[in-house]
Design a binder for this molecule. Structure first.
Ligand code: NVA
Length: 385
């Protein structure tokens, strides 16, 4: 008691050096949607990337034709030519963004082939190539994702210097509950061979991950002002979506969307709101709730089929990376140089295309949206629906 009394009367010691009284408009982190004019962005890295080992969650998220690749390369760097050309392409992408007036930030270079071990599992890493998967920015808040892949458990190490810097400059910072990623999170009986059955299971809301604990990848969320859209995927579970709903609070409406997709993982090659009133919707993966947008007077645009050749390796994604674009503003988009049909579609909508080639970088599993996370866009929190 004596001590308590003393501390109550004690004069303040030195002020907290971390204290900052900033109005949200001065915060370097501020982004509410996928289209407002882009000011600052994190672009991922090829350096240090390691092919994931062939675990059940990797098997459930990849196509059968790529399984021999994971068996041969799992735990090793991606093939040399792709490491080299992918790096060059991403550096060129960064130069283009800088020339467009966007500040480009990069994660740390780490060696993802190092083994780590917890009481529940041991794994090697993957990469810091896709910041969109790991970091979600909602307003002034940075949210780190509790990702379901064991190979991504240590990915935060590549982003922490940047995240700490943004926090010191006034951003809010939180991370989803650190998952165990123990065996209970995975359904080891999940049928992986039969696509028809996977369609049925996805429709019923059953995936390779269970509801053992909350997990999500940030790339399963699309931001549209006060409305945020999420999908239950092979890596984002309902538990994780509910965590996000409560974390965001009453300023936001979190909607769960469903798609006809036997292999959902990351919503941004399936569905994206690219401007107020325009949604880009994958024609192969119809959305069960599209009426919501139509009723609100939105234009639902179905992009043309991708043109990438069958022989070009895409180890971790479908060809629909063609629609995985980065909006620099509602009227400017970064799009793949070879994808002429989708460029024509954007032009017909009055959207100017900035053409960049990242074909080798695509092989790592992402397009321009995946390879980036927007840190700051102009604009404020608004309702669009
Ligand atoms: N997994 C999805 C999204 C990739 C960004 C696909 O392969 O289409």
């Amino acid at each position: 008691e004596a001590t308590l009394e003393w501390s109550a009367q004690a004069p303040p010691s030195k002020p907290n050096p971390f204290h900052l009284d900033l109005s949200p408009k001065d915060c370097p982190v501020s982004s509410y949607n996928e289209w407002d004019p882009l000011k600052e962005v994190i672009v991922g890295r090829v350096e240090g990337a390691c092919v994931p080992e062939f675990t059940i969650e990797v098997k459930a998220n990849s196509y059968e034709k790529n399984w021999p690749f994971f068996k041969e390369y799992g735990g090793k760097p991606f093939p040399k030519e792709f490491m080299k050309k992918g790096k060059e392409e991403i550096e060129e992408f960064c130069r283009v963004l800088t020339a467009e007036g966007v500040t480009v930030r990069r994660p740390e270079i780490l060696d993802f082939s190092e083994v780590y071990k917890t009481p529940d599992f041991s794994s090697r890493g993957l990469y810091a190539a896709m910041p969109r998967d790991y970091l979600l920015v909602v307003g002034n808040q940075l949210i780190e994702a509790p990702m379901a892949w064991r190979s991504r458990y240590m990915e935060h190490r590549a982003y922490r210097p940047l995240i700490k810097e943004y926090f010191l400059k006034g951003a809010k910072w939180c991370a989803g509950p650190k998952p165990l990623l123990s065996n209970e999170l995975y359904d080891y009986d999940y049928p992986i061979q039969n696509v028809a059955q996977r369609h049925e299971l996805a429709f019923e809301g059953k995936f390779v991950t269970t509801e053992f604990e909350p997990t999500f990848d940030a790339a399963d969320f699309i931001r549209c002002g006060r409305d945020i859209f999420a999908q239950r995927s092979q890596v984002t579970n309902y538990f994780g979506i509910e965590w996000m709903r409560r974390q965001l609070g009453s300023d936001y409406n979190l909607h769960i969307l469903t798609f006809k997709d036997p292999n959902p993982m990351h919503i941004d090659a399936t569905f994206n709101t690219i401007a107020p009133g325009i949604v880009l919707a994958n024609p192969d993966r119809p959305c069960g709730q599209i009426e919501l947008f139509k009723k609100a007077g939105w234009k639902v645009v179905h992009p043309p089929k991708p043109v990438i050749s069958d022989s070009h390796p895409l180890w971790l994604s479908s060809k629909w990376l063609s629609m995985n674009v980065l909006m620099l503003s509602p009227t400017r988009v970064v799009v793949e140089k070879d994808e002429i049909p989708i460029q024509k579609m954007f032009e017909s909508l009055g959207i100017e295309c900035i053409k960049v080639n990242i074909r080798h970088a695509n092989s790592f599993g992402g397009g321009f949206h995946c390879w980036t996370t927007d840190v700051r866009r102009e604009g404020t929190l608004q309702s669009y629906l």
